[in-house]
Write a protein that binds this ligand. Structure first.
Ligand code: SF4
Length: 363
């Protein structure tokens, strides 16, 4: 197949669903790690196409959702420091922290600007040499290379008023942490397409080898996802867990070597706080010492009161796959996209937002 429409073809989608129903005998529980997959699965009614013995769970693959309250609080606190302009992707603006959100902080006078790329943030830094411009670095390995490139660009231009508050995270350690928690018994993982395009498939090999879990990297169209489910079912039925790529038009086994080199030059590995999971060792990126002057953490004194969670919000459990959004008593009653209680209702990749928009609320 060469054209994107072919990956949305209804006839092919139904044929794949029929094949899955035919070959799938055992009860199976698969998790899609990536928030982009969650939205695609919900929007295209993929779960309804699968036989009842296959359960799909959503995982912690929405970068905004897994950002811990303490880190959101730090972004808000940064915006209250005199002479600092905070730049951020739009998804972050409405995300509630412990006591406020960037949106509220902006309404209260903070200079907080939405940008569409790190290039926009760099331009704001060039245009405002007397102010400090801090970019909120939230995301996974897909976002990390562009942030790394922006730091190298700032160094090249000697743009010393550009800074990054780095809360970037790595996906494989979070998957491993979920498996080690043992709360949910998984048979297979739909591995993230865009992240794997950067990191390659090697980080998943231990899930198949050590945990006996089938792993398939998927794209984001209905045919992509059903092909991945079919491959997961084949692995499971044949008792042959391994790592396979269904998304061959986007992913190479070795990943993107140039992007990895770029990330490696700028970032070191550190522990990171994940909403719902806690602190995971070696699961985050921090700026290397040679880039300290661009590190908002080092340049500014950011002080926050102790973080707290919104009462009743079950985002942590949603992100671990132990509950589905309709099991949260606030879902669709108090927690709505226009009045989100937790981040999973805010983000375009959030599981609660996806259920709200496309879900069957009676499940
Ligand atoms: Fe949190 Fe709202 Fe989701 Fe409940 S429905 S888990 S309150 S985001």
């Amino acid at each position: 197949m060469r054209f994107i429409d072919e990956f949305r073809d209804a006839g092919l989608t139904h044929k794949l669903a029929q094949k899955i129903a035919r070959i799938s005998a055992k009860p199976a529980r698969f998790m899609e790690f990536c928030g982009g997959h969650t939205v695609a699965i919900m929007r295209n009614g993929i779960r309804q196409l699968l036989p009842p013995n296959i359960e799909m769970l959503s995982g912690p693959g929405c970068p905004v959702c897994v950002t811990a309250n303490q880190d959101i609080d730090r972004a808000i606190a940064l915006s209250t420091i005199p002479n600092v302009t905070v730049t951020t992707f739009g998804d972050m603006l409405k995300v509630p922290g412990s006591y406020s959100s960037l949106q509220k902080a902006r309404a209260e006078g903070g200079d907080i600007r939405i940008v569409y790329s790190t290039q926009d943030a760099l331009q704001i830094a060039r245009d405002n040499p007397s102010r400090s411009i801090a970019f909120i670095g939230i995301g996974f390995e897909t976002t990390a290379p562009t942030i790394a490139a922006s730091i190298m660009q700032a160094e090249k231009e000697n743009l010393n008023n550009y800074h990054v508050l780095c809360h970037l995270k790595m996906t494989p350690p979070a998957m491993k942490a979920l498996l080690d928690l043992g709360e949910i018994k998984l048979n297979g993982i739909i591995c993230p397409g865009h992240v794997t395009a950067i990191i390659g498939t090697r980080p998943y090999e231990s899930y198949a080898r050590d945990y006996g879990i089938a792993c398939v990297v998927a794209g984001f169209e209905p045919v992509d996802i059903l092909q991945a489910v079919e491959m997961l079912v084949q692995q499971m039925e044949n008792n042959n867990p391994q790592v396979q790529i269904a998304y061959t038009r986007g992913v190479k086994p070795e990943g993107n070597i140039k992007a990895l080199e770029l990330m490696n030059d700028v970032f070191d590995v550190t522990s990171a706080a994940w909403r719902g999971i806690g602190t995971i060792p070696s699961s985050g990126f921090k700026l290397r010492d040679k880039y300290t002057r661009f590190d908002a953490d080092k340049v500014f004194k950011i002080e926050t009161p102790p973080a707290r969670e919104a009462p009743g919000c079950r985002c942590g459990e949603v992100l671990r796959g132990t509950v589905k959004p309709p099991e949260c008593t606030l879902f669709r009653k108090i927690c709505l996209p226009e009045n989100p209680v937790g981040p999973c209702m805010v983000s375009s990749e959030g599981t609660c937002a996806a259920y709200y928009q496309y879900g069957d609320f009676n499940e």
